[in-house]
Write a new protein. Structure first.
Length: 502
């Protein structure tokens, strides 16, 4: 509730501009159109065509206000169920293929030509008239994330009432029998049931709660999208008019625009240095952690991508380690508590570690470790402020001397561009900084610090995110699993092992 005014600020600004600049013009246009028995034209955005207190916008305000009220009062329960539903949608989105969807659309449009050849010119237009709107929806579903998630939420809502998967399968079979083509039909992607996801709640109260939350999410997303689009349309128009003004009045503002552009380049350069520092640290840390994983990761990397899948390895070199894999319940969710670091490997052999461990490792007291992220960002911000103050001083000098000695605007822009290069010259030549220390992963101090960090680190993950693999290595008390794999085909085996551990 406290941050609600922050989210509402852009729309409040939009309404302010409407009543200050657009309301008078709208009233005059409406009066002129009515005097001649005409309808006012659509100006390009709903707010200018209607008004901020129209029923459509009042409904959007009410929906967002109810959302804020409900999530403020029932924060825990609604947040958990909303995350569960949104997570289901993102799980389904993970396997979508845009290129296949585009290929399907082209293939569907060419079906009349393939079946009837040149005679399709007489019947194809009727087929295209029906197929084109459907294909537009399919393309929008795959290429527009907001449409994608709204459609998935809608089908998730309907799936709690109707067995949609059973309804669509006959359509898919009929399509394949009719056209004899091995091409994936896009509609079932709305209702994919991944074995890696948990089953839907059995209790009627949970189903009703899921239906209400899903419906609320759909209405909220549509309302938020409507308001956001209205704001973005006017914001883009404002930027375009400002650019037109700059072009028409280029002379007096040439030096200011040039230095503003140079300032943006310096800002990108300052903050990119922080990114490069952490990327260099990551390139040293990941290979070292892979070497600690031992032969398990090497044997998996030799497999083909389809056989390998997405894997996870618990780094534990000590066979007599006191740390064991455990299960716990937090916020009504069953979770793995995995002591030590878990190394993730996808089917393309790209290696990942969790963000939590990465930033903990970056703070190790060792040469080459970048340190705290906030400290690095603050240092980059201070560097940018120094450069910005210098550029402002240069701008004041150029404008002052330009007005006094009647220097042309083109010459002022040239002087500003030349002065804007000075901070780069100072940084690279006159006041060159010493290069950062490279991380030495062979040093005993680094190894000891990282081993201590690995020993104290604990990972948390939902049980349905990481499932046990085919071959499980267990300790004497049958409670330690040191190889985990994320696949959708091993659900039954994982359930049996989970029951055995519990």
């Amino acid at each position: 509730l406290c941050i609600l005014p922050v989210f509402a600020a852009p729309w409040i600004l939009r309404i302010y501009f409407y009543y200050v600049y657009e309301d008078i013009q709208r009233t005059q246009k409406t009066a002129a159109a009515e005097s001649k028995n005409l309808e006012p034209n659509y100006p390009g955005n709903l707010l200018a065509y209607l008004n901020p207190v129209h029923g459509l916008f009042v409904f959007c305000y009410a929906v967002l206000a109810i959302d804020a009220l409900l999530f403020g009062i029932l924060q825990k329960k609604l947040t958990e169920r909303s995350r569960y539903i949104i997570r289901q949608c993102f799980r389904d989105m993970r396997g979508t293929n845009r290129s296949k969807a585009f290929g399907y659309s082209i293939f569907t449009l060419l079906i009349p030509i393939k079946k009837f050849g040149i005679f399709s010119l007489f019947v194809a237009w009727i087929y295209w008239l029906i197929a084109f709107p459907v294909l537009l929806l399919v393309i929008a579903f795959y290429f527009m994330p907001m449409v994608n998630i709204i459609c998935r939420l809608l089908f998730t809502f309907l799936e709690t009432i109707l067995p949609l998967q059973k309804c669509f399968l006959p359509l898919v079979d009929a399509y394949h029998r009719l056209y004899k083509e091995e091409f994936s039909f896009p509609l079932p992607i709305f209702v994919e049931d991944h074995p890696g996801t948990p089953k839907k709640p059995i209790l009627a109260s949970d189903k009703v709660l899921d239906m209400l939350i899903t419906l609320l999410l759909i209405i909220s997303l549509v309302s938020f999208t409507t308001l956001a689009l209205e704001f973005l349309i006017v914001f883009v128009e404002y930027i375009l008019y400002q650019l037109v003004g700059l072009v028409l009045n280029w002379g007096p503002l040439s030096a200011l625009v040039g230095l503003a552009f140079i300032s943006v380049l310096y800002a990108i350069r300052c903050f990119r240095s922080v990114t490069k520092k952490y990327l260099a640290f990551n390139e040293k840390l990941i290979p070292y952690l892979k070497s600690k994983a031992g032969k398990d990761i090497e044997s998996v990397e030799k497999k083909t991508p389809n056989e390998q899948g997405n894997c996870a390895f618990q780094i534990d070199e000590k066979s007599n380690s006191k740390y064991k894999l455990q299960l716990s319940v937090q916020n009504s969710h069953l979770q793995w508590n995995m002591p030590r670091v878990v190394l993730f490997l996808d089917k393309t052999d790209r290696t990942y570690i969790t963000e939590k461990f990465f930033f903990k490792a970056s703070k190790m007291p060792n040469a080459g470790c970048p340190g705290s992220l906030m400290a690095n960002l603050f240092s980059a911000f201070c560097d940018f402020i120094v450069i910005l103050l210098f550029l402002l001083f240069v701008l004041l000098v150029i404008v002052a001397f330009g007005d006094k000695y009647e220097v042309s605007h083109i010459n002022q822009a040239i002087f500003a561009a030349a002065a804007g290069i000075l901070p780069y010259v100072f940084d690279k030549i006159l006041f060159k900084k010493r290069p950062d220390f490279e991380l030495d992963t062979t040093s005993p101090k680094f190894k000891n610090a990282l081993d201590e960090l690995v020993d104290d680190h604990i990972e948390h993950a939902f049980v349905y995110d990481i499932e046990p693999a085919d071959e499980i290595k267990e300790s004497s008390d049958q409670s330690q699993v040191d190889l985990l794999i994320l696949t959708a085909e091993k659900k039954e085996r994982a359930s049996l092992l989970l029951a055995h551990i519990v």
